[in-house]
Design a protein around this ligand. Sequence first.
Ligand SMILES: Nc1ncnc2c1ncn2[C@@H]1O[C@H](COP(=O)(O)OP(=O)(O)O)[C@@H](O)[C@H]1O
Ligand SMILES: [Mg+2]
Length: 260
Amino acid sequence: MAEETAVIGHPVVRLSEVGKGFDGTTVLDDISLDVPQRQFIALVGPSGAGKSTLLRLVNGMHVPDSGTVATLGENPATCSRGRLRALRARVGFVFQQFGLVGRLSALENVLMGSLATLRLPRYGVMSYPRALRIRAVEHLDRVGLADRRFQRCDTLSGGQQQRVAVARTLLQSPELILADEPVASLDPAASVLVLDILRRISAEDGISVVCSLHQIEYALATADRVVALRGGRLVLDEPAADLTAGRLREIYDTAGDGDD
Ligand SMILES: Nc1ncnc2c1ncn2[C@@H]1O[C@H](COP(=O)(O)OP(=O)(O)O)[C@@H](O)[C@H]1O
Ligand SMILES: [Mg+2]
């Protein structure tokens, strides 16, 4: 505990020698990773590399088989249910499939981001406190969708829906955002817009983002740091500025070959 972290501040997330498997098959093997404050990390790797599993370990949806996970100072694998709930309220999660309620308006979907802290179920925008409604519109404005706030989410484009999901996450005032392939179902223009918004939020609000991405180009253009998984191993961890697409692709395509 009394390591150099006391000087530089605790990392937002620390994975220490984490291993995880399912049904006897190793999915993540000996992963160590520190996420400092305000950093945007792109987590890249081919399908099945363990990206989603890693993100789920960070918010306690999975428990590691070995090693430890520390998220915002908590161990999600061992803390009480109450503390885990409180921890998840501090961690925003953005999904590939947005996770919105299609028949509800953009505004009401954003307001649902507060449900972790409000006790009762809510029905309709007006059932939320006024101060919260104002904040929700501000967050929609931040993702460029204030004028769409009364539109049903199932009539918005994919990119717009993901921006609503980001605004919903912001209403949680997250200290960390985990994004699992947030642009995998979007066209290139919408992808760039969503990633740009996430990057701006990270830089302006000082929120760390760990974002899994399939496309190397997006990782290089967006992230401060690129971490690559392959065959369950961490095969690359470097500042994005030091990487080229060619080099990253080479590592991505060849590292770990023959290991499994
Ligand atoms: N809940 C689960 N039960 C069994 N196997 C799983 C489960 N979750 C993931 N896996 C397996 O773990 C491996 C890594 O999956 P995942 O973390 O989803 O990779 P990625 O997100 O990089 O595509 C895959 O082989 C997948 O089938
Ligand atoms: Mg995945």
